[in-house]
Design a protein around this ligand. Sequence first.
Ligand code: CMC
Length: 430
Amino acid sequence: MSSKNKSVNLTSDSSSIELDIKEASVGPSVVDLKNLYKETGLFTFDPAYSTTASCVSHVTYIDGDEGILEYRGYPIEQLAAKSTYLEVAYLLFNGELPSVNNLQEFRSQVKANMILPEQTKTLFQGFDESAHPMAMLTTSIASLSSLYHEGIDVKNYKHQKEFFFNVLGKTPILVANIFNHRNHTNMGQYDEDLTYAENILRLFFGGDTNYEINPVFAKALDILLVLHADHEQNCSTSSVRLAGSSGTNPYAAIAAGVAALWGPAHGGANEAVVKMFGEIESKENISKYIAKAKDKNDRFRLMGFGHRVYKNFDPRATIIREECHKVLNALENNNNPMFELAQELEQIALQDEYFIERNLYPNVDFYSGIIYQAMGLPKEMFTVMFALARTVGWATHWCEMMAQPKLKIGRPRQLYLGEERRNYISIDQR
Ligand code: CMC
C-alpha cells in the first residue's frame, strides 16, 4: 500500500490496477473498487459483506474493536444517560441535537402522524390470534404502501420528510395495535403530558385498566429505544437501502428491513435469548449448554452472544445490564431467577477459552428481553420493540440515500460455480 498517493496496487497474472483509497473521517478508510471489473475482469468475493463498505454515510459510527458506538458523533453512553428517544430521533435525522423549540416542533410532527387510516385498523382483524407480532408488523408496515404511493417522488425532499414523520408516527400505533390485538385488550390513549416512552406504555397497557406508569419502566424503555435507534449498515438497514435503491415505495423498503430484523441472528435474538433461558432452566444446566454451543455438530448457539462488528464488548449490553438491575429492583418481587441465570451464564462463558478466542461477548439482546418481560411484554413482542426503535434509523438511512445526487440500484455480483451447458437436449432425447 502506498500512503503517499493513497492507493493500493493489485496485480494478477494478466493485469495490474492502482486502486484509490477513500479516507474516512474516523475509522477505517476504504479501497475504491469501482473500476476493478472494467480494468481487470475480476470481481471481489466477500459473501457476508464482512469487509465491504456499501455506501457513504454520515449517520452512525462503530469501532467494534474498541466497543464504540456513536450517533452523529455523540457516544451512545452520553446519549443513553442524558437524552431521550425523540431527541435522538431528531439528531439522527437532522444531524444536530435539537433546541427546546426544535424538539417541541419535532414531537408535534411525529404526533400529528400518530393516527391510522381505517383500512389499516381493520387489517389487524384479519390476523390469526397466533400470528407472530413480527409477521403482523411486516405486513402492516408494507400495507402503508397501499395508501401512500401515488404521487410520492422518492427524490423530492418534501416527500422524504413526509414519509419520515409518517412512518415514525404510525409505527408506535401499529405496534400498540399488534400488542392489544394479541391480548384482546383496547389500546390506551396518547397523552400530550407524557413522554414518548410513557406514551408507548400507556398505548400498550392503558386501554382497559387504570394503568399507572412506573417511571423506572418508562426510563428503561426510553433507554432501550435510544440504544436500538440505529446501528449503521447492519442486515436490516442494508435491506432497506438495497430495496430502496430500486426506487421502490419507501414503506415497502421499511417492510424489507422489518423482515430482515426478525431473524434470530439479528433482532430476533432477544426473543431467542429468553427462549434459551427457559430451555436451560437452571444454573446446574449451564455447562451442558456451553458445551452444546461449542459443539460444531450441534446447531445450538449461545443466543445474545457474539457480534459481527463488536469484538471487545457491545457498549449497549453494558448499559442494558445496568438498566436490568434498576428495573428488577423496582419490582415488588425482585427475585428474578432468569436474570440470575443470565449473569451466571455470562460469567461462565466469558471465562471459557472458546468464547475468549473468538471474542464472543454478550450483545444488546442478551439482557433486553428480561427488561421487556418485567414490563409485562410477552417474548414474541421483543423484536417488535426493537423494530419500533430502529424505524428511525431505517428511515434516516433511506432519506440519506435518496438525498444523494445519483440513485444507483444495488446489485451484488457472484462467484458462479454451476454448470456450463451450451447444447440444449430436447425432452424426447433425454
Ligand atoms: N455461540 C457459539 N458460537 C458462536 C456464537 C455464539 N453465539 N457466535 C459466533 N460463534 C462462533 C462461530 O461458530 C464461529 O466459530 P468458528 O470460527 O470456530 O467457526 C465464530 O464464533 C465466528 O462466528 P461467525 O458466525 O463467523 O460470526 P458472524 O460475525 O458471522 O456472526 C452473529 C455474528 C451475531 C450472527 C453470531 O455471533 C450469532 O449467531 N450470535 C447469536 C445470535 C445473536 O445474539 N444475534 C444478535 C446480534 S446483536 C443484535 C443486532 O444488532 O443484530
